[in-house]
Design a protein. Structure first.
Length: 65
């Protein structure tokens, strides 16, 4: 059983997103992974969650700062 339903990865590096996606999937940490490549894209996605446009609301956000 997964610990989280949805995790969001926010990173502009495709390689980092690929590696993190693999680690999360392999360890069965969540059912769904949402990957975005910028803070602006993340905010747009989260705004869509508030307005009911995105059904997968992340419970955990991993952000590359």
């Amino acid at each position: 059983m997964s610990k989280y339903h949805t995790i969001m990865l926010v990173d502009d590096s495709e390689i980092d997103n690929l590696v993190n996606n693999h680690i999360i999937t392999r360890n069965e940490l969540c059912d769904h992974i949402v990957i975005v490549t910028s803070a602006q894209e993340a905010l747009q996605y989260l705004n869509g969650c508030i307005h009911g446009q995105n059904a997968l609301v992340p419970e955990l956000i991993l952000l590359d700062i």
